[in-house]
Design a protein around this ligand. Structure first.
Ligand SMILES: Cc1ncc(COP(=O)(O)O)c(C=O)c1O
Length: 436
């Protein structure tokens, strides 16, 4: 048996595409694996690394999936017609931009659609540092150049329009995709209307293809997310899906909504889709129609998930701030981007001079798993890390939120009862920096 295995192993020389060589497993998955290893050793681990919605999929959407379990045929490459229509209507209703079914492309997760977009569009990718972990590796796989736009903590780690202008000015004719993601993963920050207008003006001036990653849009704490497509309709593709607001990451359904002026990208992406994944899972698409059509029960679900996340995000932000760990105040989603720089001198004494060492030592000492800032494009020697406040029983928190009066923000008692892991984990982080 083992002889055969050896023979199997040695049969092939490793011959990998140069673009793929040396690209490790996605960092978020890796931290989850290390955490699971510690759990198997009997340690208590607080999983604040992986960014997955804690909430269950709305019952109405689950029921639709059950009813449609028998749907077995391949669906059209671009997606089920009534789903494409529902997504177009959703954006008209929510974002006040007119789109029709022909402008919508459905895929197995928005991540896959982003990969297709980067593949078919010939141009540079521009992303801020920090930004979501997968944009840059996708560009590397395809052999695209990545231009990182630096940001400052003072500006909540967001794109400054002048910096984008300066970058474009250096080579005005270069084709570019800029990804704007808000509320942001990893910071929880968003943009005001005037800031969106300024970015839109630069994008318009330089004919940028703007990919507006609004996957956390519905998790804006006040339900007041505004799409930049409103201010640059002709050049903005809106990326959305079921993964975050609907708690259905594992269902794998994402949507891209194009302006008619960019439908040539939709067509090229569809050709690629037809030769790769063919179409998105049929039962999931049928169920998604009901999610995008929305209604009173969806609004109630959203109101409850938003107020739990708002209360929790603001509460732990306050604790961390008191302990000298800075982060932009969260405005949506479920992340905080923490900066331990005020503790740099003390941490240096125990051999911690960068984000990776920081999160590793923190995990070993306290069992709290975070992700280092470097995986979001920050320098390795910066003491930043992302905290995802999702390690709690979302079904239980949702049920408890349903019993509150509609406008009440969950208080500390609520959080201690329903989100205790997060509160404990943040207390452990604060004690740890004090001790070190
Ligand atoms: C900012 C951002 N964009 C896109 C995605 C991809 O979402 P999906 O492929 O599940 O639609 C994620 C998932 O974590 C994300 O955080």
């Amino acid at each position: 048996m083992s002889k055969n295995n050896n023979t199997d192993k040695n049969q092939f020389d490793i011959s990998l595409n140069l673009n793929v060589r040396g690209v490790p497993l996605s960092a978020t998955l890796l931290i989850n694996e290390i955490s699971n290893k510690l759990i198997n050793e009997g340690r208590k681990v607080y999983k604040l690394g992986l960014g997955q919605s804690p909430f269950p999929v709305p019952q109405m959407v689950v029921d639709e999936l059950k009813v449609n379990a028998h749907q077995k045929d391949y669906l059209p490459v671009k997606g089920l017609k009534q789903l494409r229509q529902a997504v177009a209507d959703y954006h008209s209703r929510r974002n006040d931009i007119r789109r029709n079914a022909e402008n919508v492309l459905i895929g197995p997760g928005s991540k896959e659609l982003m990969f297709l977009l980067q593949f078919v569009y010939y141009g540079d990718l521009v992303i801020p540092t920090p930004s979501w972990v997968s944009y840059a590796p996708q560009a590397k796989f395809i052999g695209r150049n990545v231009d990182w736009l630096n940001t400052t903590e003072k500006n909540k780690w967001r794109i400054a329009p002048q910096d984008l202008e300066n970058l474009c000015k250096r080579d005005p004719d270069k084709p570019r995709i800029v990804i704007l993601n808000y509320p942001s993963n990893p910071t929880g920050a968003t943009y005001s209307v005037s800031e969106l207008k300024e970015i839109a003006a630069v994008a318009k001036k330089h004919h940028i293809v703007l990919l507006s990653d609004e996957i956390y849009g519905e998790l804006h704490f006040e339900g007041k997310h505004i799409s930049i497509a409103k201010f640059y309709p002709e050049g903005t593709i809106i990326s959305s899906g079921l993964s975050k607001w609907c708690g259905a990451g594992g269902w794998r359904l994402g949507t891209f909504t194009f302006p008619s002026s960019l439908n040539w990208l939709l067509e090229a992406m569809s050709s690629m889709a037809s030769e790769t994944f063919t179409s998105t899972s049929a039962p999931i698409q049928y169920a998604a129609v009901c999610a995008f059509r929305g209604g009173i029960s969806t609004e109630r679900y959203l109101n409850n998930t938003r107020r739990v996340l708002k209360s929790l995000g603001l509460s732990i932000h306050k604790k961390l701030d008191k302990a000298g760990i800075s982060a932009p105040k969260p405005e949506g989603g479920f992340y905080l981007f923490c900066n331990f720089n005020k503790h740099a001198a003390k941490l240096k004494k125990v051999g911690i001079t960068g984000g990776s060492q920081l999160v590793q030592k923190l995990l070993e000492d306290t069992g709290v798993a975070l992700l280092p800032g470097s995986v979001f494009g920050r320098p390795e020697n910066e003491l930043t890390a992302r905290l995802a406040y999702v390690d709690f029983d979302g079904a239980r928190a949702l049920a408890a939120a349903e019993t509150l009066p509609p406008y009440k923000i969950p208080d500390d008692d609520f959080l201690n009862t329903n989100c205790s892991n997060i509160i404990k984990a943040v207390n452990l982080i604060c004690e740890w920096v004090k001790k070190n």
